[in-house]
Design a protein around this ligand. Structure first.
Ligand SMILES: Cc1cc2nc3c(=O)[nH]c(=O)nc-3n(C[C@H](O)[C@H](O)[C@H](O)COP(=O)(O)OP(=O)(O)OC[C@H]3O[C@@H](n4cnc5c(N)ncnc54)[C@H](O)[C@@H]3O)c2cc1C
Length: 331
């Protein structure tokens, strides 16, 4: 049996951030991830200036393309795009396949490729698959995190679930702007996020409960979105026809729900921390990873309500929520 002070299940941004801080303080830590990095992660790959600050990534540190985003917002088919995007600070795009692998390698943590299946308590220790034991256990395994499933009985709040579809592919720049589309009938938004190396990520995300309420299918929204992109000359018809989108659910922040139990902490998507307005998940994953490490180090407390809850500035959040409410059918 391998014994370590802390085991982190999941080597995404939440897990690697937590690991890095523990390694920096000379603590024993091991990351278990079922995937071999670099691994595919469905994500538009938008990050904020704050994420770079929290991760201590300075100019020139990141070895892969990182594009500074010029974000334009298209609202309900209006013939013009809003050029002002109300987030504090600048915005960037990265490719998750590169970003996550680089963060994990940079953390200096030992990573073991292992799919976690069972977790049990044995006195003061957590025992994983009868092969690993630890005093502190961090659940950073994303939406389907086995730590959450094994040790936290409370079900997820369905009303906070976001469903997504996306495709990232090489599409040498037609349009360098990042575009967000707030579409009629979609409680969420669609995006076109260009990357620094000629890839582009096209996708959309929506609250599952409103799709159910309106009886609409997310694949139909995705296809209609592609049709609009073709009509507006942003995507050629042959490329659109050949795209096979895939999706992944995750959860927006809610005050309810435990993320701590004794020396077991859930962070990132495992805790369901994405921002309540734009569903930004990388920033909260990083923030919660840092807080969890501080709790283990005895220099802070992990309190999920301290993560950033909104991506947009206050007035815009309220306008967005009002706009979404107006076009919903009566309950
Ligand atoms: C389509 C889509 C677009 C998005 N776009 C954005 C965006 O542009 N910007 C943004 O900020 N957020 C975005 N998000 C949200 C963001 O991707 C997540 O919030 C973020 O990845 C959470 O990081 P994490 O470290 O918690 O989990 P993850 O990055 O999901 O990492 C979890 C890790 O756990 C591992 N794992 C899972 N199960 C096991 C197991 N049983 N045993 C061992 N390892 C396991 C996985 O292999 C994975 O490496 C998007 C999400 C989706 C689905």
């Amino acid at each position: 049996m391998r014994e370590v002070e802390t085991i982190i299940v999941g080597g995404g941004p939440a897990g690697s951030t937590c690991a890095r801080r523990l390694v920096q303080h000379g603590r024993g830590v091991l990351v278990l991830d079922k995937a071999r990095f670099p691994r595919l992660k469905l994500c538009a790959g938008w990050i904020t200036e704050k994420v770079l600050r929290d991760l201590e990534i300075g100019p020139g540190d990141y070895p892969y393309p990182m594009l500074r985003l010029d974000i334009r917002t298209h609202v309900r088919g209006l013939p013009f795009a809003l050029r002002w995007f109300p987030t504090p600070g600048e915005n960037f795009s990265i490719r998750r396949v590169e970003f996550d692998a680089w963060l994990l390698a940079r953390s200096g943590v030992e990573v073991v490729q292992h799919e976690v299946r069972s977790i049990r308590r044995d006195g003061e220790r957590f025992v994983i698959d009868d092969a690993f034991a630890c005093r502190w256990l961090i659940g950073a395994g994303g939406t389907m995190c086995p730590v959450r499933r094994g040790l936290f009985a409370e079900p997820r709040q369905k009303s906070r679930q976001i469903v997504t579809l996306e495709k990232e592919f090489s599409y040498p720049a037609r349009d360098d702007a990042c575009r967000l589309f707030f579409r009629r009938g979609l409680v969420g938004y669609a995006w076109v996020v260009p990357k620094g190396d000629g890839h582009v990520n096209i996708g959309l995300g929506a609250k599952a409960k409103y799709l159910r309420k309106t009886g609409t299918n997310i694949h139909d929204h995705f296809r209609a979105f592609l049709d609009d992109l073709v009509r507006d000359g942003r995507l050629d018809a042959a490329t659109a026809a050949g795209l096979h989108e895939t999706g992944h659910p995750y959860y927006l922040f809610t005050r309810d729900g435990e993320v701590k139990s004794d020396r077991c902490l859930l962070i990132g998507d495992s805790a369901g921390l994405a921002t309540m307005d734009l569903g930004e998940g990388i920033g909260p994953a990083v923030e919660s990873g840092l807080m969890a490490a501080n709790e283990i180090l005895g220099i802070g407390t992990y309190d999920k309500s301290q993560v950033t809850l909104f991506s947009l500035s206050g007035v815009v959040q309220r306008l967005m929520r009002a706009a979404n409410r107006r076009h919903l059918p009566a309950a």
